[in-house]
Design a protein around this ligand. Structure first.
Ligand SMILES: C[S@@+](CC[C@H](N)C(=O)[O-])C[C@H]1O[C@@H](n2cnc3c(N)ncnc32)[C@H](O)[C@@H]1O
Length: 323
């Protein structure tokens, strides 16, 4: 693994001067369009982590969206790439982005940020370069707010047979040949298709993220799956199936911990009549519950533990079973 990291690190130092130009060429000029499309989901965020930020194009795609008023932390383990990002942010932002961006040199699989530091994270075209996606997930989860959103953009595996055949010719044959002709760093552009060969297909990747802790991840294909955007939600959607009894959940009770479920469901049990509301204490919000309600979906904090358990509130006849 360390070998792969050292290889990737050196490769990006080697290609830093030509990285942007080659990106435009290989993607036929579409790469920034997909970056803008991907990060548009992060516009409401206040503090976004751009992991494997490289020359800063994901960050710029976000910073240049008119409605985005937040900050971006650009994190990459390669200083040569981050230097490019710094220059581009100051040129393109003409000073506007200076106090809204910060550069951090760090490994994406060993993040130096505190818990709940960000409410958005993005990775553009670098999942393939990482050695351990499980570790990446853990690191991301450790530094995101519960309401955060993750947006990943990656080259993918076309699902349509015709698109797949054309893509194969272009990406696996033509790109290495053109790059050999145009650059002195031929090895880097044969690594590019190689890095996709064993990379999980869209469905495998969403289930991998799901297994490693993201409560919900969806993928959407661009151009039949040549590229894919993955959106990961850190919130669990729970379903309140049944509420019985009387009493109110006392505000401030640590019921939040009980909500930390995998694909969990929440059952609220108590002895007597139907409750009009049960406070979803994780948010201080309320779950509406009428007499006719059969179930209601609620957003909750993400999983950390999936232990079935029951809880009782002292001074009330209310209890909650979580499974
Ligand atoms: C293909 S570039 C993507 C850059 C940028 N996100 C974009 O959209 O153009 C990959 C970047 O990931 C960085 N990278 C690769 N592995 C990394 C790791 N383990 N930790 C931090 N950065 C890493 C590389 O240094 C490089 O700058």
């Amino acid at each position: 693994m360390q070998e792969k990291k050292a290889f990737i690190h050196k490769m990006f130092s080697d290609i830093a001067p030509i990285y942007d130009r080659m990106n435009r060429l290989i993607s036929l000029g579409f790469d920034n369009r997909w970056r803008r499309k991907a990060v548009s989901a992060l516009v409401p965020a206040h503090r976004v982590l751009d992991l494997c930020a490289g020359s800063g194009d994901m960050s710029l795609a976000l910073l240049e969206q008119n409605d985005f008023t937040g900050e971006v932390v650009l994190c990459d383990f390669n200083r040569d790439m981050l230097r490019l990002a710094k220059r581009k942010c100051s040129l393109k932002g003409r000073g506007r982005f200076a106090d809204r961006t910060m550069l951090v040199v760090a490994d994406a699989e060993l993040l130096p940020f505190r818990e709940e530091a960000f409410d958005g994270v993005t990775i553009g075209f670098s999942l393939r370069n990482l050695s351990n996606l499980e570790k990446l997930s853990t690191e991301i989860m450790g530094t995101m707010k519960k309401s955060a959103l993750a947006v990943f953009l990656e080259i993918a595996h076309p699902e349509n047979k015709i698109v797949a055949a054309l893509f194969y010719l272009y990406f696996y044959k033509l790109v290495p040949a053109i790059s050999k002709y145009l650059t002195a760093k031929e090895y880097a552009y044969s690594y590019l298709p190689d890095s996709l060969k064993d990379f999980p297909r869209q469905k495998e990747l969403t289930s991998l993220f799901h297994r490693t802790g993201f409560p919900s991840v969806t993928s959407s294909n661009i151009w039949g799956g040549i590229w894919a955007i993955y959106v990961g939600d850190f919130e669990v959607r729970i379903t309140v199936k049944e509420i019985r009894g009387s009493g109110v959940c006392p505000a401030g009770h640590k019921i939040g911990e009980a909500f930390r479920l995998g694909e969990g469901k929440l059952c609220v049990w108590a002895e007597h009549t139907l409750l009009p509301f049960v406070t979803a204490l994780r948010f201080g919000g309320e779950i509406p519950w009428g007499e006719d309600s059969e179930s209601v979906d609620v957003a909750c904090s993400p999983l950390r533990q999936v232990q079935p358990r029951a809880m009782n509130w002292p001074g009330s006849d209310l209890s909650v079973s979580v499974y």
